[in-house]
Ligand binder design. Structure first.
Ligand code: IZC
Ligand code: ZN
Length: 407
């Protein structure tokens, strides 16, 4: 099966498996074509494209980039939390709402009572919107069950959705998202429950990653280390939510564990940044959450200067970021982190792929990589950051096949 994408006015792509110190080094090719064979890029060239038997996609002289990777989402959940809007507007902090039994815990109730198919149908709709915005791979965390049955239900939804829609899902177990109400007086009991569930999740292949919300009043750095070590022992890779609100040592602990990524990092310290640089950990930054929680923006420039690869994701979830729009996060990253369009492109393609350990397969347009491609209704990269608030995607190609085209 061959596909040719021709008449590409400008092809823009990072190169390699993880950009680290080369966050802004995007390669541009004018008047280009991409040839795909069996879903993989087999040739990239300029000038007249080869004559082929197969399908041909006309890029209409416009911009083409790798498919976008959303490396941090809480995709599967029941209900929404619009009832918290009034509290938020009054200035009640995120952690205060959680401490009162709302926030994550209110989504847990709705997720426990939803059927597996209800959750799948709801998340599938979200994925179809993400696809239209150029996302071809998406990480999805559990963490709204906080009991064995519902956590497994969420993870099974990830597996089901992987099979029935075009976006590739990367599954993460986030049992350590909050201590459930029934274990409020027995943290140890809940930590043990997670330790017992991990081997089962690994055996069933229900998750590749394990994540912990390390935050004041949620899980300490010591507890996070304990859970992530148990996860690594059964073959899951470590991720951590750290420094979202308060820096309590999570990032340093994640670096010491060789975590693949640390995510949020709004309140990251110099020590935390140093620990990530030393361990080669990817910083997954979530600017739409800063926007929605009215918080400062993470120190992306300092992280890049320290040699930390920076990825940007949505954090789509019903509480701190009810937006699934990765293009909006890209715009915020440009204006509020002070990243260049090239640096942001790397953050949502190559480095986001590295954050889900797929840097060798996706995230760039190079021979041998999977043919996940976005054709934009834009003539250059700057235009994506200039025309904010509008979906600028024209066509999305996944493994060499058109999976979305703007009507
Ligand atoms: O549902 O509030 N920060 N987890 C950690 C979240 C935000 C998601 C939520
Ligand atoms: Zn999150």
């Amino acid at each position: 099966m061959r596909t040719l994408i021709y008449n590409i006015g400008l092809l823009a792509t990072p190169k390699g498996n993880c950009a680290t110190a080369e966050q802004g080094s995007v390669h541009f090719l004018k008047d280009a074509y991409i040839l795909c064979e069996n879903g993989v890029i087999s040739e990239i060239g300029t000038g007249a494209p080869p004559a082929i038997v197969g399908s041909c996609i006309d890029a209409q002289g416009k911009l083409v980039t790798p498919g976008l990777v959303d490396a941090h989402t809480h995709l599967v959940f029941g209900g929404w939390r619009e009832h918290e809007l009034a509290l938020k507007r009054k200035g009640v902090p995120y952690l205060e709402i959680l401490a009162q039994g709302g926030g994550i815990l209110s989504t847990v109730k709705k997720t426990r009572s939803a059927t597996e198919e209800e959750l799948a149908a709801k998340a599938e709709k979200v994925l179809s919107q993400m696809l239209a915005l150029g996302v071809t791979t998406c990480e999805a965390k559990s963490g709204y069950g906080l009991d064995a049955e519902t956590e497994l239900k969420q993870l099974r939804v990830n597996r089901t959705l992987n099979e029935r829609q075009p976006i590739e899902l990367v599954s993460t177990y986030l049992g350590a998202h909050a201590v459930p109400v029934e274990y409020k007086e027995n943290r140890e009991g809940y930590l043990t429950l997670m330790e017992e569930l991990l081997p089962h999740i690994a055996e069933e292949g229900l998750a590749e990653f394990c994540d912990v919300f390390c935050e004041t009043g949620v899980f300490t750095a010591e507890e996070a280390t304990r859970i992530l070590k148990a996860a690594q022992a059964v073959g899951l890779q470590a991720k951590m939510h750290a420094d979202e609100i308060n820096p309590i040592g999570g990032t340093e602990a994640a670096g010491a564990l060789g975590a693949v990524s640390v995510e949020h990092l709004i309140a990251a310290t110099n020590d935390g940044i140093g620990a990530m640089a030393k361990a080669g950990t990817v910083a997954v930054l979530l600017p739409a959450t800063s926007f929605y929680l009215n918080k400062p923006y993470a120190r992306a420039r300092d992280m890049i200067a320290a040699g930390v690869p920076v990825a940007v994701a949505t954090d789509f979830n019903p509480g701190s970021c009810p937006s699934l729009n990765l293009q909006f996060a890209m715009n915020l990253a440009c204006w509020n982190y002070g990243l260049s369009p090239e640096e942001v492109l790397t953050a949502v393609t190559l480095n986001a792929a590295a954050a889900v350990r797929r840097g060798e397969k996706i995230g760039t347009l190079e021979v041998g990589k999977q043919a996940d491609v976005v054709l934009w209704d834009a003539e250059n990269l700057e235009y994506l950051f200039y025309r904010f608030g509008e979906n600028l995607v024209k066509t999305v190609v996944k493994q060499g096949n058109i999976v979305y085209t703007k009507g």
